[in-house]
Design a protein around this ligand. Structure first.
Ligand code: ZN
Length: 95
């Protein structure tokens, strides 16, 4: 288990990667505002801390805001679908 460099705070701007949304076959990162911090996420099998943070997000869509509850962090490989990650420069495949 490795812990991320820093814990998110309410009001932080992060990226959210939707499980179902893609544009021209590419996954789309959305800006999201951390609206609540639940604390360290648990591994679903072991119930041990998973080295990620569990937060509520307000995801910024082009024409609306969408609330997502209990979204878990995944910074590996620029993020996995259904998870949030810190904004970073993305590889061309995801840009
Ligand atoms: Zn992203």
């Amino acid at each position: 288990m490795t812990w991320p460099a820093r814990a998110p705070l309410v009001g932080d701007m992060v990226h959210y990667l939707d499980q179902h949304e893609s544009i021209a076959g590419k996954r789309v990162c959305r800006a999201a505002i951390v609206s609540q911090l639940h604390g360290p996420a648990e591994d679903s099998l072991t119930r041990e801390p998973a080295g990620a943070w569990d937060v509520d997000l307000m995801v910024v869509m082009p024409r609306k805001l969408v609330a997502k509850e209990h979204v878990v962090q995944d910074d590996t490989g620029h993020g996995s679908s259904g998870f949030w990650h810190w904004p970073t420069e993305h590889p061309p495949a995801l840009a």
